[in-house]
Write a new protein. Structure first.
Length: 74
């Protein structure tokens, strides 16, 4: 599912710069990388652990992306 969001011109410029800096393939990937980097690993893992068990972050993200592709409500 693709969602369109509205952002200010300055926000778009910042997002473009961050996309280049993080070498992300898309704005979605850029936002995900920033969110993960800003989230404390313990609290992030602690939050998702009951749902996903002990898996690496990469495996967790892969599962979430699959759920998103299969559902129109993620």
């Amino acid at each position: 599912m693709v969602t369109t969001i509205q952002v200010q011109d300055t926000t778009l410029l910042l997002l473009k710069k961050l996309k280049e800096e993080t070498k992300a393939a898309s704005y979605d990937e850029t936002i995900t990388k920033i969110a993960i980097a800003r989230t404390h690993k313990e609290s992030f893992a602690g939050y998702l652990a009951p749902y996903l068990g002990k898996k690496s972050l990469k495996v967790m993200l892969k599962g979430l992306k699959k759920m998103r592709r299969e559902s129109d409500r993620f």
